[in-house]
Design a protein around this ligand. Structure first.
Ligand code: COI
Length: 341
C-alpha cells in the first residue's frame, strides 16, 4: 500500500505539530472495555469544561515513532512496549486498561491512513501520540466514568532546536520532577506540566533543559523529564534504576540491550550519583523524541562541568547510530524490535 508523499518541506522538519489527514478516536465507559474506535478527520475534539482531564489531569499518553525504512516500507519500533507502558500508566490513573491488540490496531490504522505524511527515508520520522483521558463532567475529585482514546501523528525532525549537538544542562536544586511513590513512573500528563516552569527558567539562562534529582535523595540523578539519563565511565554504562519515580523508557531499555549485547559494555542500573555523572567520560540522554543525544556540559550550583571533552562521545555516537540503523532497517535487527506495518 504505497501513497505518494505529501508535498512538504521535508528538508527542514521541526519537532512540532504538522496536521495530518486523520486521527483515531475511541470511547470507553469505566464499566466496559475498549472495543470500538475509528479514524476521523484530523481536527478539534469537543469535551466538557468539567471533564476530569481538564480539572484533575486524569490522562496518560505515549510517544512512539514510525519510520520509512531502508527497505522502502513503514515500520514501528517495539510498539508492544508502548502498549505495555500504556496499560501500566492507565492502571495508575484509574483509566480502563486497553488490550495490546486494541492499542496496536489504533496506532497501525492511524499510520496506514497517514502514510504519505511519514517523512521519506533519511528525512525524519513520524511521531505518534496516543492519549487517553477522562471526559466525564465532575467537580468532585474522582475517576471519570467515560474516557476518550485518541491517536494523532505528525512528521518530525530533531527534538532539540540545536539539532544533535552536545547539550548544555542545568541540575535543578529548586524543583523536583516527581515525588517518591507518586506518578513519576507513569506517563501521566501532569508530570510534564511540572517541568514547564523549571524548563522555561533554564532555557532563559541559555540551557537546553533541566536535570532533576531524586526527591528522596538529592545526591542522585533522576531524569530530564523529556528523557532518561546515562553516564559512561570506562566500559561501564550506568543509568538510574527503575522502580521509583523514573519513567521506564523504551529507548532506555533498547540502549541497555545494544550496549551490553552488541557493544559488550558492562551495564549497571542503580543509584547514579551526581559526582559519577559529572566525572563520566561520556553522558547522554535517551527517549523516543530525543533518540540518543549527547550531553556536553552540566551546571550545578553555579559551577560548569564539562563531560569528557564536551564533544559527542564515540560510544554515545555508536549507540545512537546502532539504534537508528535498527529503527531504519539499515542493519539486521537482532532483537526482533522492528514491526512492519
Ligand atoms: C517522547 O520521547 O516520546 C516523549 O514522550 C517525551 C516528550 C517530552 C516529547
Amino acid at each position: 500500500m504505497k501513497k505518494e508523499k505529501q508535498k512538504m518541506n521535508w528538508e527542514n522538519l521541526e519537532f512540532k505539530v504538522y496536521p495530518t489527514r486523520s486521527i483515531w478516536k475511541g470511547e470507553c465507559k469505566s464499566s466496559e472495555s475498549w472495543s470500538s474506535g475509528q479514524l476521523v478527520p484530523y481536527g478539534e475534539i469537543k469535551i466538557s469544561p468539567a471533564s476530569t482531564i481538564l480539572n484533575y489531569g486524569q490522562g496518560v499518553f505515549e510517544g512512539m515513532k514510525a519510520y520509512h525504512s531502508a527497505k522502502d516500507r513503514i515500520v514501528l519500533f517495539r510498539p508492544d512496549r508502548n502498549a505495555k507502558r500504556m496499560s501500566q500508566s492507565t492502571q495508575r490513573l484509574c483509566i480502563p486498561e486497553m488490550t495490546k491488540d486494541y492499542f496496536l490496531e489504533a496506532v497501525t490504522e492511524t499510520i496506514k491512513d497517514n502514510m504519505d505524511y511519514v517523512p521519506p527515508y533519511g528525512k525524519g520520522s513520524m511521531y505518534i501520540r496516543p492519549i487517553t483521558f477522562g471526559i466525564t463532567p465532575s467537580i468532585s475529585v474522582g475517576p471519570a466514568s467515560e474516557y476518550l482514546f485518541i491517536v494523532f501523528c505528525s512528521p518530525v525532525g530533531s527534538y532539540f532546536k540545536s539539532g544533535v549537538k552536545p547539550l548544555n544542562l542545568l541540575i535543578s536544586k529548586e524543583y523536583h520532577r516527581a515525588a517518591p511513590k507518586g506518578i513519576g513512573n507513569a506517563k501521566a500528563i501532569g508530570n510534564y506540566s511540572a517541568s514547564l516552569l523549571p524548563g522555561l527558567k533554564a532555557k532563559s539562562q541559555g540551557y537546553n533543559e533541566v536535570i532533576y534529582l531524586r526527591a528522596s535523595n538529592e545526591d542522585c540523578i533522576e531524569e530530564m523529564g523529556s528523557a532518561n539519563l546515562f553516564a559512561l565511565s570506562g566500559k561501564t554504562l550506568k543509568t538510574p534504576k527503575l522502580g521509583g519515580s523514573i519513567l521506564p523508557g523504551v529507548t532506555r531499555d533498547s540502549v541497555l540491550k545494544i550496549a551490553s549485547e552488541i557493544l559488550g559494555l558492562q551495564i549497571e542500573e542503580g543509584d547514579l550519583s551526581i559526582d559519577e555523572f559529572l566525572t563520566a567520560d561520556e553522558a547522554f540522554c535517551t527517549g523516543t523524541a530525543v533518540v540518543v543525544t549527547p550531553i556536553g556540559k552540566v551546571t550545578k550550583d553555579g559551577e560548569d562541568h564539562v563531560i569528557g571533552n564536551g564533544d559527542f562521545g564515540p560510544i554515545t555516537k555508536t549507540l545512537r547510530e546502532t539504534l537508528l540503523n535498527i529503527q531504519y532497517e539499515k542493519m539486521d535487527d537482532p532483537f526482533d524490535w522492528v514491526f512492519p506495518i
